[in-house]
Design a protein around this ligand. Structure first.
Ligand code: NAD
Length: 234
């Protein structure tokens, strides 16, 4: 019951989640377009079901059945809605939403067989408030929150919990890239001023929440959206 897969484990939040779970004794594999140097790091595109299935098969051969899944792979995008072409829209939906569909379906049989499972989806605080120029991203992340709630009701009787963690501003390559491109609506320091706890989030803050939600003692928590955002729901 201790085999975990973390998508997006090559960078930022996914990398921190994988490191945290390893340090707690879980057997961890990661899936990423650009895998880390850690053991059991598989290269795959979460938006491509055949790549996901192949990666999960390899991971099962090495670790055994997968009963914990953290869906952290994601891409952002910034463009005025009127200028967004459908391919750009679809790419962001494909990775952030359809990737969750593929990875979750691919591991679900293991959890059902075990009568136990933990799924944590990394959505985004932008799903609370919206974000201009990120309609595709906000739509995908809002849908991930909805999927989380619906799937929790479906899988509860089988011993599987499904929760979402929407991060606020977390200091990762994704955030710094957006800052560099001046697409954040201010610098990271400006955002710190507007955050009640007066600091930017760390990937480890998200890893801590994931660690709790996949623990045995969190078994009565499902279908929840646990914001980790320094008190700022935007
Ligand atoms: P990041 O860019 O550092 O890491 C994202 C990882 O996902 C990268 O390693 C990338 O290679 C991988 N990835 C992207 N597309 C993929 C694909 N198609 N298949 C497999 N892997 C793919 O970003 P991060 O900040 O660590 O983001 C992690 C998650 O947290 C994302 O879902 C993101 O939307 C979400 N999030 C981040 C923030 C933030 O402030 N950093 C805020 C809200 C939500």
């Amino acid at each position: 019951m201790k085999n975990a897969v973390v998508t997006g484990g090559g960078s930022g939040i996914g990398l921190a989640v994988a490191e945290r779970l390893r340090s707690q004794g879980y057997h961890v594999a990661t899936i990423d377009l650009r895998p880390s140097d850690e053991p059991s790091a598989e290269a795959a595109d979460v938006a491509d079901r055949s790549q996901v299935d192949a990666a999960m098969t390899k991971i099962r051969e090495t670790l055994g059945p997968i009963t914990i899944l953290v869906n952290a792979a994601g891409v952002d995008g910034f463009k005025r809605f009127a200028k967004l072409d459908f391919a750009e829209w679809q790419k962001v939906i494909d990775v952030n939403l359809n990737g969750v569909f593929h990875c979750t379906q691919a591991v679900l049989p293991d959890m059902v067989d075990a009568g136990w499972g933990r799924i944590v989806n990394i959505s985004s605080s932008s799903a609370h408030s919206g974000q201009p120029y990120m309609t595709h991203y906000v739509a995908a992340k809002s849908a991930v929150n909805g999927l989380t709630k619906a799937l929790a009701l479906e899988l509860g009787p089988q011993g599987i919990t499904v929760n979402a963690v929407p991060p606020g501003f977390i200091d990762t390559p994704m955030l710094r890239n957006a800052e560099g491109l001046k697409r954040l609506g201010g610098t990271v320091d400006d955002h710190i001023e507007r955050t009640p706890v007066r600091r930017v989030g760390r990937p480890e803050d998200i890893a801590a929440a994931c660690s709790f939600l996949i623990s045995e003692e969190a078994g009565y928590i499902t279908g929840q959206i646990l914001g980790v955002n320094g008190g700022r729901n935007t």
